[in-house]
Structure formats: C-alpha cells, structure tokens
Design a protein around this ligand. Structure first.
Ligand code: GUN
Ligand code: FE
Length: 448
C-alpha cells in the first residue's frame, strides 16, 4: 500500500555522511519503491500531486524514527542451531568439535526446515532485511533455506557451501559433486523466481577446497555473473596452513582462482597483510567485519579503519555461530568496542615499549554514525546491492526499520534526532525495532 511516513527519518550516504530529517517524511509507492524523502512533506506533495494522492499517512511519535534495514554480510544459517554455545575454542578446533558435526545433520530435511525457518524469523525480528547466508554442503537443504527466505520475504544471498578437502569423512564432497550441486543450486534458486533471493558462490574457505575446485567455482561465478562469499585471514593457524598449501598469500590463493571480483565479500580479514589489502582494493572486493566472532573465537582485533582508509568496502557480519548473536545491532556495538580496544591497545603499547608510531597516535576510533553506515549502506555496498537497498535514496526499495526507543524504557526527556539514534545504538535492544519492511512490505509488527 502506498504510504507516507511523517516524522524523523535517518540514513547514511557514505562512511562519513549521515543525514537526518526531523519532522520529515518518506513516501513509498505501491511497488515498494521510495518516491519521496526529505524535510517538507507539503512542499513535496504540492509539486508531486499525482504521487501524493492516495498515500496513506502514518504519523511517527517523538520517540520513533525510520532507518534503513540492517544488512548481515556473513551468517551461517545452519549454525543458528548452536548459537550461543560452544564458544570455548579457537577456529580450527571449534570447526572440528562442534560445527562440522552440526552441519552434517543438514542431510536431514526435517531438521533443515526447522532450523532455517527459525533463523530467518530470528534475523528478521532483529531487523536484518538483507542477509548473506552460508548454508551447508547439501543441495536440498540449501534450497530449503532459499525457499524460507522467499516465503518470509527477506532479501538474501544464499550459498551452497563447497568443501572437498581437509574436512572430516562424514562431511566432505568430491570436487565434481561440489560443482554439479552448485550448478543445480543456481538453477534451483532461479526457478524460485523471486527478485529478493539470489544464489552466491560459496567456497567454505581456501583450506577446505582444492585449487581445482576453487578454480571451477571462480569459472562458474564468472560465467553466470554471480556473487561470491568466503572467509579470509581469520585465524593465525589457519593462515599458516593456507600459505603452506597454496604457496602464496591467503588473498593470492583466491585470486589465482578468479574468486576476487567486485561481487566478492570475504569474512574477517583480521590479519590481512598490506599487499593483500591492496589486492582486495584493486579487485573491488569487500570485507565482512565480524567483531563478535573475532572475539568469541579468539581470532583477533580487526582494524576496520585500516580497511576503510585503504578503500576497501566494509560491511558487518554476525558470523553466527562463531558470533554469539544473530543481531546486527549487537555486532554494531561490538564493532565500536573493538575499535576502542584497538585504540587503547595501540596507545598502551606505545607507553609500554616507548616506541611511538605516528599512525598509532593518529588512530581514529570508529564513531557510532560510521558504524551505522557499516550496518546498512556499507553492508549493501559490500554485497554489491547498494543500487537497490541500504539507504533511502529515491528509487531504491523501501527496506527499513521503524524504531521506537521508548519500548524498552521511555526516555525522561525529549531527545534530539542524534540522541534518538545514539540511544537506540548504545542501549542495544532489538525490542526497540517495532516494524520491519522489505521492498515496501511490512514483515513484522513489533514487541509492543
Ligand atoms: N572458516 C571456515 N568455516 C568457518 C565457519 O563456519 N565459521 C567461521 N567463523 N570461520 C570459518
Ligand atoms: Fe563464517
């Protein structure tokens, strides 16, 4: 239904540009596209009478605002079954002990259906309007995940995970099986016929794929112009193994297979070397920053400012279940924490060693409005979907959250627009997300 929201509207236009309209408006047409946004609704309505006619007016309260939906650039849907559990080991032990045995169970369709329905419900409830999902090695259940996203109306990239080596016997495929199931999956998603859900090429990580399989996946991505997702430079032990096997850098292993493109998003990048960052930039690849996971799996502190300064697009990822929460709002807060911790660490290090590096003194802590960009438009850009979603530019789909900061606790005084956003971010409760919209369709009516 064509609607105009009257009240506070906020979004970002770039890493450093935040825009807000206090007592502004946002108009959406029947097709779910944004047709008007700004400060003065009456001026807009009188110069666009045809559009304004028939809009249903929705008045926001003083404690409410509209913002773009959250983008989760990296989430393992099957691992929702163990979210918040088993976070006592570093990456490679964690994979072997908990995660591979869990993912192997997705050969069972009933189990897959139950978990995938729940993860889409949970992410939507937390305001994730666009998610880039890893599923498992299994074709059938990965199609189940794609169908669930379509059924519940979430925008999603969905990948059948590929792994043919360095994996346990009970959870491994041959390169041929991996390639044919990937092709069948791409076809299967096309047959769903939804503009919201797309297939994405998903080598699990360089360690679990042979050179030949990586190359075949790079070829498929190129042939069908597909999105690509994987992991890069998450953990020091993992990196040493990759270098030993591929005899090149982690980024080099993917690059040789044609997997670094302007539609590629790589999770983590905690320990990337300078020449790898430069390579990602040249190829137009993005990084999904996953601070909850990097802390839980003791992977390290990722310096997002370094990546952004180098011109690499960055979004945020929950990395469920290495990350302990399905909420991008939680990840956003943790990204702010990690940036502060890095700053403390750099300055303490200087004091401890007496070695002062200019770049350490000049480190700029991430600001909450920058983190909001990473959680919305930055994420959409990282997934190469910023032409469609991520902010409220005219013509984009209306993927949005209606936030009400009075749900959890009513503020004791009226807040400015900046304070409303600040309150929402720093109190960190998804209960303040009262409505969720994808492509103009209301998905959720909130907790109230
Ligand atoms: N690297 C390879 N697989 C995984 C995974 O499932 N989670 C994380 N965090 N890293 C990985
Ligand atoms: Fe991951």
């Amino acid at each position: 239904m064509a609607t105009v929201f009257l009240g506070t509207v906020v979004h970002t236009k770039s890493f450093s540009e935040f825009e807000s309209f206090e007592r502004g408006f946002l108009a959406v047409d029947d097709a779910g596209k944004i047709i008007g946004v700004g400060q003065d609704y009456h001026a807009w309505a009188s110069s666009n009478p045809a559009h304004a006619k028939g809009l249903t007016e929705v008045q926001l309260s003083d404690y409410q605002f509209l913002m773009p939906g959250f983008v989760d650039c990296h989430i393992h849907a099957p691992q929702f079954a163990q979210v918040g559990l088993g976070l006592d080991m570093p990456l490679l032990d964690w994979l072997n002990t908990y995660t591979f045995p869990l993912e192997a169970k997705f050969s069972n369709q009933q189990f897959a259906q139950q978990v995938y329905q729940s993860v889409v419900e949970a992410t939507l409830r937390c305001g994730t309007t666009l998610a880039s999902y890893f599923a498992t090695n299994h074709l059938e259940s990965t199609l189940t995940l794609a169908r669930e996203a379509v059924r519940q109306g979430q925008r999603a990239l969905v990948g059948k995970v590929c792994s043919n080596c360095n994996s346990p016997d009970f959870y491994v495929e041959t390169a041929e099986e991996s390639v044919s199931a990937t092709l069948a999956f791409v076809e299967g998603v096309r047959e769903l016929g939804s503009p919201l859900v797309m297939p994405t090429i998903t080598p699990r990580f360089a360690l679990s794929c042979s050179k030949e399989l990586l190359k075949s996946l790079g070829d498929i991505a190129k042939r069908f112009d597909l999105h690509i997702q994987s992991h890069i430079s998450e953990n020091l032990a993992e990196i040493e193994m990759v270098k030993g096997i591929f005899k090149t850098s982690y980024a080099g292993a993917y690059d040789e297979a044609g997997l670094l493109t302007n539609k590629t998003v790589m999770a983590h990048g905690v320990h990337l070397e300078d020449d790898e960052v430069a390579l990602l930039k040249v190829r137009g690849c993005s990084v999904a920053h996953c601070p909850t996971s990097n802390t839980m799996l003791s992977s390290g502190l990722c310096d997002v400012q370094r990546l952004v300064s180098a011109g690499v697009s960055v979004g945020l990822g929950t990395d469920v279940s290495g990350g302990n929460s399905v909420s991008i709002q939680d990840v956003l807060l943790r990204a702010l924490d990690v940036s502060k911790h890095l700053d403390f660490f750099k300055k303490q290090n200087i004091r401890g060693t007496g070695v002062a590096k200019a770049q350490d003194f000049n480190y700029d802590q991430l600001k909450y409005k920058q983190a909001l960009y990473l959680a919305t438009l930055g994420g959409a850009k990282a997934l190469s979907l910023d032409q469609v979603t991520g902010n409220f530019a005219l013509g984009k789909d209306f993927d949005a959250l209606l936030v009400d900061v009075s749900v959890v606790e009513k503020p004791l005084r009226k807040l400015s627009v900046d304070e409303l956003v600040e309150k929402f971010i720093y109190t960190g409760s998804d209960r303040n997300i009262v409505e969720v919209f994808v492509a103009g369709k209301r998905i959720k009516q909130g907790y109230q």
